[in-house]
Ligand binder design. Structure first.
Ligand code: RIB
Ligand code: CA
Length: 307
């Protein structure tokens, strides 16, 4: 089985991405980074999720509790005050590891040299810091699958997607480091990673332990999306990214381009794609342009229907 780490700011859709990753791959660990909600709450959400899905043996590593440079804000309005749609879930017994996330990423890249893939579904702070500590990590990590960036429809500012907006310096460091990267931008998830009311009804009717978990953790996400993003349902960028990493045939169209990140001005966090190779920079990422939403849903529904 392919070996992965999930780097997560664990809330709502991140938890489903962790569930999918645990089914599709050998999940070596979950590293936590500042993003969606209070950092310690993200840790608790990850610990509970792994325990709930029967993967209590998967280690959780504590990473950066803030972006490298800028300030950011958490987004409880999207995910609920605890990041789990205010579900008052039982206290997890599982505890995080003592080893820091950055050291864990570097160690696992050595133990699984040439095989380790990173599912980066959060701000890229941990991965950037791991690279700054040991640039040779680039040669040992097989692939990084990044959920991040927006072509033009920012979900956090008019032009910036949340993961790139929280830590644009980290995004730029990772993009310029030389990793083999595939990016799943926000709009691709909006089109091919969203679930409508009918999908929600279908999931609810499954009435399995995992489908009930899905409903519980994503309620606030659905309310927010329906109220603010013109979709009567919910958008699942992290789960789509993990599904694409698992089954690359979900990618219907992609483009290899040089991707930069705006670090200043009102466009801070914007993804800047050199579409016409104007700056002669070597392409540094495959950007997913179109994805097969039907294949994504089938993978998700199939996973949630398992007892
Ligand atoms: O913009 C969406 C991304 O930001 C998702 O990964 C969500 O979990 C937040 O991290
Ligand atoms: Ca996330």
């Amino acid at each position: 089985m392919r070996k992965v780490i999930v780097d997560s700011d664990t809330a709502t859709d991140d938890t489903i991405a962790i569930l999918l990753a645990s089914r599709f791959f050998q999940l070596l660990g979950v590293t936590i980074v500042a993003g969606n909600v209070n950092y310690n709450q993200e840790v608790k959400n990850a610990l509970f999720t792994l325990e709930y899905i029967g993967k209590q043996d998967v280690p959780v590593y504590l990473g950066s509790q803030r972006p490298i440079l800028g300030n950011w804000r958490t987004v409880e309005e999207v995910h609920g005050s605890n990041g789990m749609s205010n579900w008052n879930y039982p206290e997890p017994n599982k505890r995080p590891e003592k080893e820091h996330a950055i050291d864990a990423i570097l160690r696992l890249s050595k133990e699984h040299e040439g095989e380790l893939e990173i599912l980066a579904i959060s701000p890229l702070t941990n991965i950037a810091l791991a690279y700054l500590k040991d640039p040779s990590v680039v040669k040992r990590v097989k692939k990084i699958w990044i959920m991040g960036g927006a072509f033009s429809k920012g979900n956090t500012t008019p032009i910036a997607e949340f993961n790139f907006w929280v830590d644009p310096e980290a995004a730029k460091i990772v993009l310029d480091a030389g990793f083999d990267i595939t990016i799943v931008p926000w709009e691709v998830a909006e089109i091919s990673g969203s679930l409508n009311e009918r999908d929600w009804e279908y999931i609810s009717k499954l009435n399995t332990k995992l489908s009930n978990f899905f409903i519980n953790v994503n309620k606030t996400l659905k309310e927010y999306t329906t109220k603010n993003q013109g979709i009567s349902g919910s958008i699942h960028p992290d789960s789509l990214t993990v599904s694409i990493a698992h089954d690359n045939s979900i990618i219907l169209d992609s483009s290899l381009k040089y991707v930069d990140v705006e670090l200043c001005s009102k466009s801070r966090g914007a993804m800047l794609i050199d579409w016409y190779s104007l700056h002669k920079n070597k392409p540094n990422a495959e950007i997913v342009l179109k994805a097969d939403g039907g294949k994504f849903k089938n993978l998700l529904f199939n996973s949630l229907s398992q007892l």
